[in-house]
Ligand binder design. Sequence first.
Ligand code: SF4
Ligand code: SF4
Length: 412
Amino acid sequence: MIPKIANSSNIRTILKGRIPGQVIIQYTNSCNATCPQCSMRKTEPLNRVKLEETEVRKIIESAARQKIQALSFTGGEPFLYQEQLISLIQYASDLGIPYIRTGTNGFMFANTESNNYVDKIERFAERLSRTNLRNFWISIDSSDPKTHEEMRGLKGVISGIEKALPIFHQYGIYPAANLGINRYTGGKDKIPYAMADKDEFYDAFKTAFEGFYEFVINLGFTMVNACYPMSFGGDGSSSMKAVYGAVSDSDLITFTKEEKIQLFRALMDTIPTYRSKIRIFTPLVSLYSLIQQFGGKDNFSYPCRGGIDFFYINAKDGNTYPCGYRGDETMGKFIDLDVAALRSKPFCKACDWECFRDPSELIGYVIHSLHNPIRYLTNGSKDSLYRHLWKEDIKYYELCEYFDGRKAMKTT
Ligand code: SF4
Ligand code: SF4
């Protein structure tokens, strides 16, 4: 989530060296899918829990009082508790939180052959449309329907999504396809681990991303996001103790540093071709910075605002963490947290969680430039490609109305 920068309240926040706040609430760790790249899949012997609704309401109240801009409900599969979830989204809407987001693995879109399928989806879309939910994501892992459905263990969801999207659009909801980048992104042929030839690896992912964007456009999506791989292995993040189970040591999402460079390059080179065809959240400048980081330039990217402006609330203990991955650093209950009083400086670059890294990069540059205007004006703070990409990203974000999922895509 990247909020509109040029909004008076956000400008005030940024002038203080802070970034508009974001809270991710893991409502439950229960799930009905089998994704091999996730430690919350239904086959894992996990203690399944859900936050109490009253507790979440208090978190929402505290977030609204502290002017948190973005609130996301995640899982597990949060729509296993559809009634409660929609009521919480409504509550956050009533309290005026501007960027409310949630998503699903799409299980409710299966069984298109049932007689009441259209009625069921219409009712669902209509209920969501009564709230201020801004973004609704549906996870898609592969441009090959069969591969996606086998990975998720959810048969028939792709044709269901295709059928459901026009219904959502009628109700003024424009869902985003949410790709968790993996070795099956491009279809049924797995991109092998540690390919010797880096150009071959780059080409394989470039083709995969192109195929994926074509696929989701043809399904009827008008918005798409890419989650960078969250493996705890080859990317050097294995020392972290994740509390958020959306990680795994599966080779599907484990990439060497060199592979990550090529993967981010491939995505960065693919996005410009598709930006006029589908709204793509992924900022080019963030990919560029990650490429520099993995290439050894440790100080190039801006550090993550996890634990300073962004927070993760864990379903298992209801505690707040700097993010889903720094599980050794509990910050206690969110309702006891005074976000404005937090004084720590951003430092962390331990993972590539795009929810936190992308806005940290885009807005980090603004903060840095405001606090170092001479370096900015003399072009000394970043290289020219960085500055060019940053400007292009902001122009694109403006054009896409900061990815307002309640508006149709502009065609010009
Ligand atoms: S990625 Fe999502 S849908 Fe898949 S197993 Fe994990 S929580 Fe469930
Ligand atoms: S980079 Fe951000 S999301 Fe990743 S571990 Fe550090 S604080 Fe957490």
